[in-house]
Write a protein that binds this ligand. Structure first.
Ligand code: GLU
Length: 369
């Protein structure tokens, strides 16, 4: 579950201890019934700003990072004291994007978290805002929670926010806008919200929540977006009551390695594919060869994540490239046997091996991330 800053802190008034206590009690009841609940909590920056006596959110990154450091201790203290009253231990996990993009760190943090869960410790996760610069941060906790949900193969991602869910129109503008109770992740209505076509619905972070639901769905995880202020919301959910919007995963579940590939949010560049390569990848699950690429965009190194785009500029796949952009520019259009004569050496005959390539659904736009 992901608790947003608006739920766990009160603008300027600090942490809502009552809210955190209340969630701790619900989690305790549910874990006695056999459910494992992992918390991703925002609120460090909001609490830090209050502690430092600042009147408004600063713009400078170093001030935000300072606020995160000052606030995170308060946030974790609130969780620790809430769970301590119930006899439960708490562990703080602070992650950055690199903890997902570096496979060794990804596997390592996963096994740490699994071993804490095995010992009945409550995980309280946040982004490591204090060290995460623009290039290495995930950026928002909806996405972070989705990545963790994939990493730990969660059944559900529950996003608790100050909105009741996703509406079919902007509820502030359209009086009879209806809450969407249940929807498949591929449903066009979500696409409208996630592409920002429906005015203002994206405000308040609904766009990132829907993108998070798509990431979660790639690992077979269903997402619920609901109001974190409603009483006993977790218990009611586990009782099977309808709460907020349920976004169901309907995409084929990817292998653990391909899910990990999808968590490579920092795309460094792209390859534009000709129609033959598009077909080979889309329909036959083949590797990407230099001969099928017409254009190389961006500046990347061997091993970086790049997008594969069709001639019609549709995002199709993401993969880890065997060649840097400089070398790729020299070998595109060549048969694999021509690689060596162009650059003097041959790493692999493919630009992207099929094991390092995963198709993205057409609704999923990495560039917006
Ligand atoms: N990690 C940030 C914090 O704890 C919040 C980011 C978010 O809400 O998405 O303040």
């Amino acid at each position: 579950m992901k608790l947003g800053s608006s739920v766990v802190t009160d603008n300027g008034e600090g942490i809502h201890n009552g809210v955190i206590d209340d969630y701790a009690k619900q989690i305790q009841i549910l874990s006695k019934a056999g459910h494992e609940i992992i918390i991703v909590s925002s609120g460090a920056i909001a609490e830090g700003i209050r502690r430092l006596g600042w009147v408004k959110r600063p713009n400078h990154i170093n001030q935000l990072q300072a606020a995160a450091a000052a606030g995170q201790v308060g946030l974790i203290r609130a969780y620790e004291s809430a769970f301590e009253k119930l006899g439960r231990l708490t562990a703080q996990i602070l992650l950055t994007h690199e903890d997902f993009s570096d496979r060794k760190r990804y596997i390592n943090s996963k096994s740490t978290m699994l071993s804490l869960l095995k010992n009945s410790v409550i995980l309280v996760i946040n982004e490591n805002d204090t060290v995460a610069t623009e290039e290495i941060k995930v950026g928002d906790n909806d996405t972070l929670a989705a990545l963790v949900a994939n990493q730990l193969a969660a059944d559900f991602l529950i996003i608790l926010t100050d909105k009741s869910g996703v509406y079919d129109a902007d509820p502030d503008l359209v009086p009879n806008a209806r809450l969407i109770e249940e929807v498949f992740v591929s449903d066009e209505r979500l696409l409208k919200v996630s592409s920002g076509n429906t005015s203002k619905l994206g405000v308040g972070g609904m766009v990132t929540k829907i993108r998070a639901a798509k990431i979660a769905a790639s690992g077979g995880t269903n997402t619920i977006i609901t109001n974190g202020f409603e009483k006993d919301i977790l218990i009611r959910f586990f009782e099977g009551k309808k709460i907020g919007t349920l976004i169901k995963a309907d995409l084929p579940t990817l292998s653990a390695r391909k899910q990990w590939l999808l968590s490579q949010l920092k795309i460094k560049g792209s390859y534009v594919l000709d129609e033959g390569a598009e077909k080979a990848i889309n329909e036959h699950g083949k590797s990407l060869l230099p001969i099928g690429v017409t254009e190389v965009n961006g500046d990347f190194d061997r091993g970086d994540a790049v997008l594969c785009i069709s001639i019609k500029r549709k995002e199709m796949a993401i993969g880890l490239t065997n060649y840097s952009s400089a070398d790729a520019k020299k070998i595109i259009g060549q048969t694999s046997s021509g690689i060596e004569s162009m650059i003097g050496y041959i790493e692999e005959p493919e630009l992207i091996h099929r094991d390092n390539l995963t198709l993205t659904d057409s609704n999923f736009s990495f560039e917006k991330m």
